[in-house]
Design a protein around this ligand. Sequence first.
Ligand SMILES: CC(C)(COP(=O)(O)OP(=O)(O)OC[C@H]1O[C@@H](n2cnc3c(N)ncnc32)[C@H](O)[C@@H]1OP(=O)(O)O)[C@@H](O)C(=O)NCCC(=O)NCCS
Length: 159
Amino acid sequence: MLSLFRPDPFVVETLDSDQAAECSSIHAASFAHPWSPAEIAGLIASGAVIADGVFNGRTNQLGGFVLSRCAADEGEILTIAIAAKLRRKGLGKLLLDHHTARLRSGRIRLLFLEVDQSNEGARALYRRFGFEEVGRREAYYRLPDGSRATALVLRKVLI
Ligand SMILES: CC(C)(COP(=O)(O)OP(=O)(O)OC[C@H]1O[C@@H](n2cnc3c(N)ncnc32)[C@H](O)[C@@H]1OP(=O)(O)O)[C@@H](O)C(=O)NCCC(=O)NCCS
C-alpha cells in the first residue's frame, strides 16, 4: 500500500524576543548552565546579535535556535541548540546554512565559536561546515560534577 506519510517541513526565520521562553527551554535541555528567558530576550533585542530559529512549518513550533554576536566584520556563535527529540534530522545543518548565509550577507568575514572538546556531535557538525581549530582553553568549562573541560576555539572564513 502507498504510504502518505510525509515528514513535517522545517523553515528558518529570524527570532524575536517573544520567542525567548521557547529558546530558554530548549537551551535548558541542552546545556548544564541554562540561560533565562530574560537573558535570551535581551540578547535577541540587542542590535549586535543575529538570532535565527528553525520552526516546524505546520505547527510553527520552535525546534532550535542560534544566536551570534557581531562586531565589525567578525561574529561569534554564542549558542546553538536543537530540541533533543529533533536531533540528527538535519535541523542543525539547515539552521547553520541559513545563519551563515545571513551573516555573510551582513558582511561578516570570520565566524568564531567555542565548543567543549568532548562534544563529539557538535564538533562533527562544525567539521562538516569547514570550521577549523584556532585555539584551546584548558579547564574552561565548569561541569555539574565540579570537574573542568577544555574548550576548543573554532573559526570559519565566511568571505
Ligand atoms: C549539536 C547540535 C546543534 C546538532 O544539531 P542536529 O540537528 O542534531 O544536527 P544535524 O542533524 O543537522 O547533523 C548534521 C551533521 O552533523 C553531524 N552530527 C550532528 N550530531 C552528531 C552526533 N551526535 N554524532 C555525530 N555526528 C553528528 C553529522 O555529520 C550530521 O550529519 P548526518 O546526520 O548526515 O550524519 C545538537 O546535537 C544539539 O543541540 N546539541 C546540544 C547543544 C550543543 O551541544 N550545542 C553546541 C554547543 S557548541
